[in-house]
Design a binder for this molecule. Structure first.
Ligand SMILES: [Zn+2]
Ligand SMILES: [Zn+2]
Length: 183
């Protein structure tokens, strides 16, 4: 349906979000081609500044490349799902659920940002990545924050360890296959 043929060619990270009147907007990592890219960047910077004020630190280990920390921060900030989130925040009415579809797996840093964004904006955010649904509400995700070790999960402490590692292994494979496009 929305995953057009070209999306499967090299699998660049791509997130889609619904804008006004049901129009679907597509964002690629580092994409500044959207007509509202200036507003999107500002909304994202504002959001990240508020999150940093609450203790958020960019998770540089989510960038599996040998580049400088500053470059890692820039790559992280331009992840497609963050751009889609920022667009969703400025283009939908307060209280509307923001729905995003991503063709690859959401990274740990974006997952933390989505949790925080759901808390400080009061918005519900639903992301469907290539493995599962993530439903962010009041600072927590329905997946039980399985990125973290099971004992520190914020909403589901009994996450099965085996399942946890299977997912981590699957993630490694996704990164290896798509690594260079996942920016
Ligand atoms: Zn990310
Ligand atoms: Zn989640």
């Amino acid at each position: 349906m929305l995953m057009r043929k070209k999306g499967f060619k090299k699998n660049p990270a791509c997130s889609m979000v619904e804008g006004q009147k049901g129009v679907i907007h597509e964002f690629f990592a580092g994409d500044m081609n959207h007509p509202k890219s200036v507003e999107i960047k500002k909304a994202l910077e504002d959001l990240l500044a508020r999150l940093k004020h609450q203790g958020y630190k960019p998770n540089l280990s989510s960038v599996p490349y040998n580049i400088s920390d500053d470059q890692k921060k820039q790559l992280l900030m331009a992840h497609s799902e963050k751009l889609a989130l920022a667009f969703g925040l400025i283009s939908s009415c307060a209280g509307c659920v923001i729905r995003i579809v991503k063709n690859l797996r959401i990274c740990e840093d974006c997952h933390v940002v989505m949790c925080g964004a759901s808390e400080i904006t009061g918005r519900e955010i639903i992301i469907r990545d290539n493995l599962r649904f993530h439903h962010f509400r009041d600072g927590k995700c329905s997946c039980g924050n399985f990125w973290k070790p099971p004992e520190t999960c914020c909403s589901r402490t009994a996450f099965p360890k085996l399942h946890h590692w299977v997912i981590l292994l699957a993630h490694e494979q996704v990164l290896m296959s798509f690594g260079l496009q996942e920016k």
